[in-house]
Design a binder for this molecule. Structure first.
Ligand code: NAD
Length: 360
């Protein structure tokens, strides 16, 4: 070490380059350090700003699970919880705040008025009656139309209508999307129902077991109503890019019409079975909402079977179709390949949604 110092000193003396040495030191060490220092500050600042303020209205089984799933995405810097039952919302915020200490830094607050949702980029509506064992989603129509009618105007009075996105979870989903879009006056592409994201996940799970491949390799969609009239778009289903029929031929797995009908029945019945077993469903839908939040926050432009309103006036209809979702909400809607039976099933599903909407 002393030897090195001595050499350095003699070099400086010899060349008489003391000032130049410090200038070099400045360029070589200090400037990169300053660049890294400011990059770090700017980088973290940008990251912070990219995180969102997300509000959740309704903190029952679904809202609470959604709040946990949203927190776990790490994409929110603030989560605001509102429920007409303030004690429930405060308890949820407290509990979730403790859980956050084990994951991401996020401010979680329970509020008792809508003013506190100001600045929210996304508002998730998960409030309202849920199905009791044996009840259908349509049975909730009138009760939940009142809930949406109560919540949406209050939300809109406190958010930036130029940018906010509403995510609707309340059932019957498609009718609530139509109602929320009408009451909010927002462009249809920013009022997004989780639609058949959950039903499609259920289908993929069943198919994965049947075909012995990962759910990640299955591209198969449930379309139409998030409810008993939804249909499976078998014609567009593919496994790892190979169409389903060809996959079955190559793997010698048989998927005849009877099996396909059973699969549709299982998709339709999934919620009823879960409600019979644990009183309500929450984990699946929470996963769907978190996935949707990721897709929006990261501007992923992924194709999701969400429900938004297409058409206007008497032709307006919300149902699930494959839609490209990014930071601006739904940016494109796609019509997949369908055979005549599937087209008829999709039309019939749309008619049911429209009829229910007309009845409120
Ligand atoms: P829940 O009864 O456990 O909770 C509902 C909550 O909403 C309660 O905390 C209640 O106080 C609150 N609420 C009711 N009216 C309100 C209002 N006007 N303002 C603020 N808060 C209000 O019900 P849950 O199991 O959490 O289900 C909530 C909704 O989500 C139901 O409509 C259910 O059918 C639906 N759901 C949708 C999906 C889907 O795939 N889209 C899946 C599961 C459940």
């Amino acid at each position: 070490m002393t030897q090195h110092m001595y050499l350095l000193q003699s070099l400086i003396k010899k060349t008489g380059c003391m000032p130049r040495f410090f200038t070099c030191l400045f360029y070589v060490c200090i400037i990169p350090y300053l660049i890294l220092f400011f990059y770090d500050i700017i980088y973290h600042d940008i990251n912070w700003r990219e995180k969102m303020k997300i509000s959740i209205i309704g903190l029952g089984s679904v809202g609470s699970a959604v709040a946990t799933a949203v927190k776990n995405t790490g994409l929110a810097h603030e989560i605001v919880l509102f429920d007409r039952d303030g004690i429930r919302a405060r308890a949820a915020a407290e509990d979730l705040g403790h859980a956050a200490a084990f994951s991401y830094d996020v401010k979680i607050t329970a509020v008792n008025n809508y003013r506190a949702i100001r600045g929210s980029e996304i508002v998730i509506i998960a409030a309202g009656a849920n199905q009791k064992p044996g009840e259908t989603r349509t049975d909730l129509l009138h009760a939940n139309a009142n809930v949406i009618g109560d919540i949406v105007p209050r939300v809109m009075a406190n958010v930036d209508s130029k940018t906010v996105k509403l995510i609707i979870v309340t059932n019957p989903l498609d009718v609530m999307v139509m109602l929320a879009q009408k009451l909010s006056g927002l462009p249809a592409n920013r009022v997004i129902g989780t639609g058949t994201m959950l039903d499609s996940a259920r289908l993929r799970t069943i198919l994965a077991r049947q075909l012995s491949v990962s759910t990640q390799s299955i591209n198969a969609y449930v379309l139409g109503e998030h409810g008993d009239s939804s249909m499976i778009n078998w014609s567009s289903a593919c496994i790892g890019g190979i169409d389903l029929n060809s996959f079955c031929r190559q793997t010698k797995i048989s998927l005849p019409a009877t099996t396909r009908n059973t699969i549709l029945h299982r998709v339709h019945n999934a919620a009823y079975e879960i409600i019979r077993g644990r009183g309500a469903t929450w984990d699946g839908i929470a996963g769907a909402v978190a996935d949707l939040i990721r897709c929006i926050a990261n501007d992923e432009n992924r194709i999701l079977t969400v429900s938004t309103v297409d058409g206007v006036g008497t032709k307006a209809l919300a149902m699930s179709l494959p839609r490209v979702v990014g930071n601006h909400g739904v940016v494109a809607t796609l019509m997949p390949k369908m055979d005549a039976t599937e087209s008829a099933a999709l039309r019939a599903s749309g008619k049911i949604i429209r009829k229910n909407y007309n009845s409120i």
